[in-house]
Design a protein around this ligand. Structure first.
Ligand code: DUC
Ligand code: ZN
Ligand code: ZN
Length: 467
């Protein structure tokens, strides 16, 4: 069932959950928008969800799709069709992947090329961030205002990886221009030289196992870079968002910045809430530890708890997947030594069910907070709100109807192209039963409507949270 443009579609008896409210209601949808919220609504097509929980469609603001990744120059294996099918099945109706600027390439060329590459190949709506890797002799700061005007207002900057990193001088110049034109810089904060030094030490002792990836990037490597990024943000008077914060004392640094009124925002991901460095194995064994190699690496139980707490207090603002798909096979994830394992884990499809099960149902966060972290605040921060990220009259009818039922995550049931999940065998207690994109049911009974109905969303009007 779906709402054609002129037909009204009523979703009856919903337990609607937004970032701030929970209420019983019917939802009327017309022309892809929510046009009515109330009781006893009628329409051309009616679907009774029997008081199940209905949330706004998820907004995953950090995923890498069809992207050459890390220093190895490998390409991620999920393409737009597979990654967006996975997103849809997991309840995410809007994603924001990255257009990577290759060194020597004009930023606007990278953005235009990626936009063309992904067009008409998406099951869900999408915006596009870019990754800045080159100042291009002053051309990048000229391209940034134009990119923002074109609806691409967010830019990731790396402090690590030789092929991606920018130095502090360049970061200052970039974030100043981004801020002046109303955009937002996303910072990957890890100290590159510390990582190289630690990596060389480990390798010189013959230590090669996947756990050494975590040993080469201890928490202080993230903490130092996060603190430095905050200093750069203060100096340039520019807001920043620290991506994929892994926990520990980095959160203290973020909290201090927020308490002193600095425009510093932050993101974490399910891998930092649910995995630990123990998943990477020990110093002498591989044992599949490569499956969990991401940067920063998963930490320990204490870090997990401090992240859950930071989500409750607002020190962590959003939860994204940081989906990166490399196959678990020789030459891809499986390498002779940890330093050449491509970084990143897949997670587009499992982000929301995991956070719902291990956050909401484990009483670590409320259902409203879940919506806030996974849909509303990402939509606000990245210029999609109120079109996306909420249940309100005039908003896109992007909705998820949730089923409470027990299942176990298995790679075989997922829709991504990559050949493993780091959450194999993990129990879940919820799964999206129905997913609606702009009024059309795109997922029901675990099957997808086979049309690339996703559209590019030009973003503007970033709403940064109070800090
Ligand atoms: N940074 C990311 O954002 N994703 C995967 C790997 C990395 O280092
Ligand atoms: Zn990163
Ligand atoms: Zn990433």
């Amino acid at each position: 069932m779906s709402s054609g443009n002129d037909r009204t579609f009523v979703l009856k008896n919903c337990t609607c959950v937004t970032a701030t409210d929970t209420f019983l209601s019917d939802l009327c949808i017309r022309g892809g928008l929510i046009t009515g919220i109330g009781t006893d609504l009628t329409g051309d097509d009616v679907y009774d969800v029997n008081y199940r929980v209905v949330t706004p469609g998820g907004v995953d603001a950090h995923c890498h799709i069809e992207q050459p990744a890390d220093d190895g120059g490998r390409q991620t294996v999920d393409d737009f069709p597979s990654a967006t099918a996975a997103a849809a099945h997991g309840g995410t109706t809007t994603i924001i992947p990255f257009a990577l600027q290759q060194r020597g390439q004009r930023l606007l060329d990278a953005i235009r090329r990626y936009t063309t590459q992904v067009e008409s190949r998406s099951y869900v709506d999408y915006g596009i961030h870019s990754i800045i890797t080159d100042t291009c002799n002053g051309n990048t700061v000229k391209d940034i205002p134009e990119a923002i005007k074109m609806g691409y207002p967010s830019f990731k900057i790396y402090m690590t990886y030789d092929s991606l990193r920018m130095n502090d001088y360049d970061i200052l110049s970039l974030i100043e221009v981004i801020s002046e034109h109303g955009g937002l810089a996303m910072i990957h904060a890890e100290n590159a030289d510390c990582i190289s030094w630690m990596t060389d030490r480990l390798l010189s002792r013959g230590l090669k196992a996947p756990i050494c990836h975590a040993l080469s990037r201890p928490p202080l490597v993230e903490r130092e870079a996060a603190y430095r990024a905050i200093v750069l943000s203060e100096l340039a008077m520019a807001p920043i968002l620290l991506v994929h914060v892994s926990g520990g004392k980095t959160i203290d640094v973020i909290r201090d910045a927020k308490l002193s009124g600095k425009p510093v925002f932050s993101e974490t991901c399910p891998q930092y809430l649910l995995l630990t460095s123990a998943d990477l194995g020990n110093e002498t064994e591989h044992n599949g530890g490569e499956k969990y190699v991401c940067s920063p690496p998963p930490r320990d139980k204490e870090s997990q708890e401090s992240l859950w707490n930071a989500m409750r207090t607002g020190d962590i603002n959003i939860v994204s997947s940081d989906h990166v798909a490399f196959n678990y096979e020789k030459g891809d994830k499986i390498q002779d030594d940890f330093s050449t394992v491509p970084n990143g884990v897949p997670g587009l499809e499992t982000r929301l069910p995991l956070l719902y099960t291990y956050g909401v149902q484990a009483n670590k966060i409320t259902l409203n907070k879940f919506v806030d972290l996974t849909a509303t605040t990402p939509a606000k921060i990245y210029g999609l709100y109120p079109k996306k990220g909420t249940i309100a009259i005039g908003s896109d009818a992007d909705l998820v109807v949730w089923d409470e039922r027990n299942s176990v995550i298995s790679f075989a049931d997922l829709h991504q192209k990559v050949n493993y999940t780091p959450y194999e065998g993990v129990p879940l207690r919820v799964w999206p039963a129905i997913v609606i994109l702009r009024g059309k049911i795109i997922i029901s009974d675990r099957s997808i409507r086979k049309t690339y109905g996703g559209a590019f969303v030009q973003r503007k009007g970033l709403v940064l949270p109070s800090y």
